[in-house]
Each structure stands twice: as structure tokens, then as C-alpha cells.
Write a protein that binds this ligand. Structure first.
Ligand code: ADP
Ligand code: MG
Length: 294
């Protein structure tokens, strides 16, 4: 190819925003010459490079916008550590069918059982499938809504949260909401009802949700919407974190008994929460050692 032709071609690719083709042009031209590719095959290969590059960038953007705290995937989830998990259901959920049907998923269970990992993994799958996704903690969302109300941008924020194809609401229940926070959160979830999917993770059973949302009527209305045709996954196996940290100490998690605590912590959402349960590990020699869960 003549030098002037290559210069104009480079300019044209820049003007047309075909950056992936531009980056690969030289290598592709060389390969075409070496393999005596016909013009059609050469053009096909170049356009495929552009399409793949764009798809990759879109995925990166979706993952960035989702704001996952850690990029956990379903590929790295160890199913042996979650013996009660219905693998077939998870496989079906990973296909994203629940999103097209606007169904919700609720992961319930104690700390460390992989709820956030599973919710993030499904969120990553959704991003791979082209769904706009957003990950936020219950407390984080309540605070964002409360701040937006003060700054008069509330309706914009609620609309934004209504538009995501998938909203992952993590750690609902760790921290109770103020009355206003609970009402605003309800507004977001009501807006999404039957219009978009929500994945929720919580360490509380439904009966205890009233402690988080305060008002029994609001809690009932929220539960009614969220659980309607939802997939509810109970994670009732041992904590992965606890198992890992105990492995080094040669303590078996099944030999642990839950010790009820009455401490109450105050928190950033303006409410107060019972501290997570502590565990007392019964060692082989009979001595009790205190271990903190989660
Ligand atoms: P939860 O949200 O239920 O408290 P997390 O999802 O935060 O639990 O899990 C705690 C840690 O253990 C994370 O680093 C997570 O990746 C890991 N983990 C939990 N379960 C599994 C599993 N079955 N396979 C691989 N890693 C796991
Ligand atoms: Mg979690």
C-alpha cells in the first residue's frame, strides 16, 4: 500500500471513530499479504475486530457503572462450600431470564455464606448480557436518597434507580433505617416493582424486617412487592469466611454454638442495630475460645 494511501486511510478510520480497526490495521494488512487473504475475508476480519473491541469496552463501562465493591464472579464460587444451594436454579438465574421477566432474587442467610458473592456474580452476568446494573448497599442507597432530598435532586435520583435493568441491594438488614430513609427506599423499590429486577441480600429472616424498616404497614407493603414471584434463596450453610479462618486453627465450625448478645450499636443510617451474633468455638480439648463471625 502506498504511503499516502495509508495516511488517508488512517485519517478516515480516525474520523469514523473506528479505533480498534485503526489499532490493528498494520498487523491485519501484514497478515492479509502473508496469507493472501481475499478482500472480503480481510474486511470481515477487520470489522470483527472493531465489533469485539466495542463490545469489550461496553462491558467494561457497564461493570464500572455498576460500582461492584469487588468483582466476584460465579466462576470463582465454590459450590462445595454451599451444600444447600440449588445449582440448577443458579444456572437458570445466571442466564438472566429473571431480568426479562422483571423478577427479583432474595438471598437470605447469616454473614459469610457468600450472599454478596452470589449477588455480585449474577450482577456481572447481567452486565455481560448487556443489562445496565447498579450495586449499592441498603444503607448507601438510603443515605444517597436522604442527601438528594436535601439537595432537591430526589426525583432525578429515584428515576435513575428506576431505570437500571438490575439493582443489587446488598446488606439489607445490617443497619436499620430512619423513618425517612425507609420511606424513600420504599419509593425506589415501589417504582421498580414489575418494571425491573432487584437482587437483595439480607442476614435477617422476613419476620425481622420490621426492625429495619420500622413501620409494620410499610414493611408489609414492601415485602409484598419484593417477594411477589421472587426467587428466594436461603443460604443456611456454614460461613465460608469463618471456615477459612478456623481452618488454620484446627477448629471445626459445626462445634460452635451461637451466643446471644444484647449489645446495640448506633450507625451511619441514623438507626441502631443489634451487633452480629458472636460464636463460641468449642475446641477439642474442651476449652472455649471466642471467635467473631463475619
Ligand atoms: P455474605 O455476603 O453472605 O456475608 P460474602 O459473599 O461477603 O458473604 O462472602 C465472604 C467471603 O467469602 C467473600 O470473599 C466471598 O468471595 C467468599 N465466599 C463465600 N462463599 C464462597 C464460596 N462458596 N466460594 C468461594 N468464595 C466464597
Ligand atoms: Mg454480604
Amino acid at each position: 500500500m502506498k504511503a499516502t494511501t495509508e495516511m488517508v486511510l488512517t485519517d478516515n478510520l480516525k474520523t469514523l471513530n473506528l479505533s480498534h480497526m485503526l489499532r490493528q490495521l498494520e498487523a491485519q494488512l501484514r497478515q492479509a499479504r502473508e496469507q493472501s487473504l481475499d478482500y472480503g475475508d480481510f474486511l470481515l476480519s477487520l470489522t470483527e475486530i472493531e465489533l469485539e473491541g466495542r463490545a469489550e469496552n461496553r462491558l467494561k463501562r457497564r461493570l464500572r457503572e455498576a460500582k461492584f465493591p469487588l468483582l466476584k464472579t460465579l466462576e470463582t464460587f465454590d459450590y462445595h462450600a454451599a451444600p444447600g444451594l440449588d445449582r440448577r436454579l443458579l444456572h437458570q438465574l445466571a442466564s438472566g431470564e429473571y431480568i426479562s421477566r422483571h423478577r427479583n432474587i432474595i438471598f437470605l442467610g447469616k454473614s459469610g455464606t457468600g450472599k454478596t458473592h452470589l449477588a455480585t456474580g449474577l450482577g456481572v452476568e447481567a452486565c455481560r448480557q448487556g443489562t445496565t446494573t447498579r450495586f449499592v448497599t441498603g444503607c448507601g442507597l438510603a443515605n444517597e436518597l436522604l442527601e438528594a432530598r436535601q439537595g432537591l435532586t430526589l426525583s432525578r435520583i429515584i428515576n435513575r434507580y428506576a431505570r437500571y435493568g438490575l439493582l443489587v441491594l446488598d446488606e439489607l438488614g445490617y443497619v436499620p433505617f430512619s423513618k425517612e430513609g425507609a420511606a424513600l427506599l420504599f419509593q425506589v423499590l415501589a417504582e421498580r416493582h414489575e418494571r425491573g429486577s432487584v437482587i437483595i441480600t439480607s442476614n435477617l429472616g422476613f419476620a425481622d424486617w420490621v426492625q429495619v424498616f420500622g413501620e409494620p404497614t410499610l414493611t408489609a407493603a414492601l415485602l409484598d412487592r419484593l417477594t411477589h414471584k421472587a426467587h428466594i434463596v436461603t443460604c443456611d450453610w456454614e460461613s465460608y469466611r469463618l471456615k477459612e479462618s478456623l481452618q488454620g486453627k484446627n477448629i471445626c465450625p459445626s462445634k460452635m454454638v451461637k451466643a446471644p448478645r444484647i449489645t446495640v450499636r448506633t450507625n451511619a443510617c441514623g438507626g441502631s442495630a443489634p451487633a452480629p451474633p458472636e460464636f463460641i468455638a468449642l475446641e477439642a480439648n474442651g476449652e472455649a475460645e471466642k471467635e467473631k463471625a463475619g
